[in-house]
Ligand binder design. Structure first.
Ligand SMILES: [Mg+2]
Length: 495
């Protein structure tokens, strides 16, 4: 019997899925020596903020992505709570994506820290041994270039490559040999499969189906009866490990979106309309900030029972007009039944001229925001215990963000309140945790600063400067670009 060659499925594990480990939190720990080995939570610090990423040390306490920040603080009161620094994450992401593009022309980013790569299309691997070697070398190269770890999954399909990288976490590599897929999937819970959310999971469990093996046994007809035609057929194919989706170099949907999760379900239709209008405005600010216009307006509604609906409308031409987006979103809302209440609302615009990754972190960035303002630099306004001054603009010192002091050098904001800001002076290359000092919030010697690169390298490609995300990357053997261990490169002036 020939295994692993159903239909057009390839017979070698040459689809690679890379996922950086606890990316935002790991980048913060690499930046801030005092936080290494500690519980770190990155996300919105405002009252409605959610966790974007928790370090593995914080996950021990039960902190998870997308959890409300208040819940995280109750679970891990001693963790460091930091606002995201997207400029840093983006520059690291550019370095990682450049390493992937050196392996193959077919790289499909899913987010800042996650992507599929078709190794066969790149001509770098045709069999399991070569694929494993490429995967291990990639992990070493990423570590040398960024100082961070990533996990790699290798399989003959996208679905299995992603499951493999999940199994590999943290800091590992798992290769699924073609032919072993069904055996491997059989004992896994149905929720392992992409697109199986809590509602479908519950529904299937009530029908006595808890594992992927039981899905396969149930058969296609039974699954179609249970969850409908499209979903039932897809579930059955996934249970048999059939997934022939190709790796595509660009994402089909280029979009900008924002969404809000509500602590308490909203029932009031008037309030829901207001929220959608607010989201539409925020989405347009984000769209404009990226210099984009888009043609298709999307509305996302997650209802009280976690069922999620998306509706969209395509305009005749691209727009970045807030009134147009607002009206389209309002029209889409009118055909959605919200009786019972909504937990989440989102508005997006797709069909953009340029690809940006804004949508991928819109929610996390927004998480620090309390009120929509004119500026979209949301992370800058979430300092607890601060009263806005009416006399003159007060500088905002956001926990986790970079500062520079005329005397003490580079540091980061540990906390701020009652007219004071506490700064820890350290850099990614400080040999030990830095000293902490407290200043007045309007100390003229203290100013906001840009993040420092995590790894100082002699090779310009790994500087934190603009690394062309889509620029030409020489294809060929990938060499580690860093000098190796942290701190062996040229030194910055000591803090
Ligand atoms: Mg990740």
């Amino acid at each position: 019997m020939v295994c692993g060659t159903i239909g057009g499925v390839r017979s070698a594990p040459t689809i690679l899925h890379l996922d950086m480990d606890a990316f935002f939190a790991a980048a913060e720990q690499a930046s801030k020596p005092s936080l290494r080995g500690k519980a770190v939570v990155v996300g919105g610090l405002g009252p409605r903020g959610v966790v974007a990423t928790a370090s593995y040390e914080a996950r021990v306490f039960g902190v998870r992505s997308a959890m409300p920040m208040g819940q995280a603080r109750r679970l891990a009161p001693h963790a460091a709570y930091l606002a995201p620094r997207f400029s840093l994450y983006r520059s690291v992401s550019d370095q990682v994506m450049a390493l992937l593009r050196a392996l193959s022309p077919l790289v499909e980013p899913l987010s800042l820290d996650e992507a599929f790569v078709d190794l066969e299309a790149g001509g770098v691997a045709r069999d399991p041994d070569a694929a494993r070697r490429v995967g291990e070398r990639l992990r070493a190269d990423i570590r040398a270039a960024t100082g961070l770890t990533g996990s790699v999954g290798l399989a003959a399909s996208k679905m299995l490559a992603k499951i493999a990288s999940e199994e590999a976490k943290p800091d590992g590599l798992v290769l699924i040999d073609p032919g072993t897929e069904r055996e491997l999937l059989a004992p896994m819970p149905v929720r392992t499969l992409p697109g199986v959310g809590p509602a479908t999971g519950d529904h299937l469990r009530r029908a006595g189906i808890a594992t992927v093996g039981e899905l396969a046994e149930a058969g296609e007809d039974e699954l179609v009866r249970l969850v409908g035609r499209a979903h039932g057929q897809a579930l059955y194919a996934m249970a048999l490990a059939r997934d022939e989706r190709p790796v595509v170099a660009e994402r089909e949907t280029k979009s900008v979106s924002v969404e809000d999760t509500y602590d308490v379900d909203i029932h009031d239709r008037v309030r829901i309309r207001l929220e959608v209008r607010r989201l539409a405005d925020r989405c347009v600010r984000r769209l404009r900030a990226g210099g984009h216009a888009g043609r298709t307006i999307h509305l996302k509604v997650r209802r009280y029972d976690f069922s999620t609906l998306t509706r969209s409308e395509t305009l005749r031409g691209p727009t970045d007009d807030p009134a147009v987006v607002r009206e389209a979103a309002a029209r889409l809302l009118e055909v959605v039944d919200t009786t019972g209440g909504v937990r989440l609302l989102g508005v997006g615009v797709s069909g953009l001229a340029d690809f940006t990754q804004e949508d991928l972190f819109a929610q996390a960035a927004h998480a620090g925001e309390e009120e929509p303002g004119e500026e979209d630099d949301v992370a800058d306004r979430s300092i607890p215990g601060r009263e806005p001054s009416v006399e003159r603009p007060v500088r905002r010192w956001t926990a986790g963000h970079d500062v520079r002091h005329a005397v003490f050098g580079h540091g980061w904001v540990q906390g701020s309140g009652v007219g004071r800001v506490t700064v820890r002076f350290e850099t990614p290359e400080s040999p030990a945790p830095g000293r902490v000092r407290t200043f007045s919030v309007d100390d003229p010697e203290l100013e906001p600063a840009e993040p420092l690169p995590l790894v100082t390298s002699a090779a310009p490609v790994t500087s934190a400067g603009p690394v062309g995300p889509a620029g030409p990357v020489s294809v060929g053997p990938v060499r580690p670009v860093g000098p190796g261990p942290r701190g062996s490169g040229p030194r910055r002036p000591a803090a």
